[in-house]
Design a protein around this ligand. Structure first.
Ligand code: NAP
Ligand code: MN
Length: 254
């Protein structure tokens, strides 16, 4: 029997959709070992769900229903629920996989679907950046953002990074307010292909590390290693939403 669970935004509309789905989906609720996780909310809700189930991520199909502002990870509108239930019932689901960032903070691993950032908004954060252990540059900025293709339309975009097609096997570095002078010259944005390892060594203390919606305060790490992981997240696809239509609907209009 199919096992499923929910991660939803805590408003009455999202709860109502959850109650409705419980009545319609064959299977049983299993919050620890689900085959399908329904998210009801916006992209932030999807990020929460992915982080909650990270340990078992490759065995889960995420079905994302949108009740917030238009999202990039949210595939189904409340008006698509009849069709969605029909497809699930008939085992007729198609999915798309999106890669995660693999982040190693002094050897401690974590994974991010949108991005990882290292930042200090009060002082200039100084770092050294290496690609495949080869020194590239020092940075002086409020921080560094390293984004996945699907994260490219989030923080990365606000930092002047490029929007990336979701199927590109690459990740992108951008700087947060780089302080460029004759003595400190920097290069960004930089897009790296999957097999490259990016290393960030902080040279000054007191910074926040964020990974999607999670934050940790730190002041004494040696290095962060980042690659695009082989681990991927599976999202049930809604054929009518193309990448182009999402870009147009969210950023252009008309
Ligand atoms: P938030 O501060 O509540 O809002 C971030 C906004 O980004 C929300 O509108 C969210 O959509 C949207 N978003 C999230 N992932 C996206 C994606 N992959 N493509 C396009 N839009 C996306 O933060 P949150 O909801 O907790 O989301 C965390 C994300 O916020 C972080 O991963 C980071 O990318 C982003 N962020 C952006 C900035 C910035 O642009 N200056 C600063 C900090 C963080 P929903 O409303 O549907 O949730
Ligand atoms: Mn949000």
């Amino acid at each position: 029997m199919m096992k499923y669970s929910f991660v939803h935004r805590d408003d009455s509309y999202s709860r109502q959709i959850k109650d409705n789905l419980i009545k319609r989906i064959d299977g049983m609720i299993d919050d620890t070992n689900p085959d399908i996780v329904f998210t009801i909310g916006g992209d932030g809700t999807v990020l929460d769900a992915v982080s909650k189930y990270m340990d078992n991520i490759e065995h889960i199909l995420f079905v994302t229903i949108h009740t917030g502002n238009l999202g990039f990870y949210t595939e189904f509108l409340p008006s698509d629920i009849d069709l969605m239930c029909h497809l699930i019932k008939n085992g007729d689901t198609e999915y798309q996989s999106y890669p995660l960032l693999e982040i190693s903070i002094d050897g401690h691993k974590r994974y991010g679907l949108n991005e990882v950032t290292l930042s200090n908004t009060r002082h200039l954060l100084e770092t050294s950046i290496y690609i495949n252990d080869e020194f590239l540059m020092k940075t002086r900025s409020n921080g560094i953002c390293v984004s996945t293709p699907t994260g490219s339309t989030a923080y990365n975009k606000s930092l002047g990074g490029a929007v990336m097609d979701h199927q590109v096997e690459a990740y992108q570095l951008t700087l947060i307010a780089p302080f460029e002078t004759i003595k400190s010259r920097m290069l960004d944005p930089i897009v790296l292909s999957k097999r490259n390892k990016l290393t960030i060594k902080p040279l000054t203390g007191h910074y926040d590390i964020s990974c999607d919606r999670c934050y940790i305060e730190e002041n004494s790490i040696n290095e962060i290693d980042i690659t695009l992981s082989d681990k991927k997240v599976k999202f049930m696809k809604n054929a009518i939403h193309t990448f182009t239509s999402k870009l147009k609907d969210k950023f252009i209009g008309q």
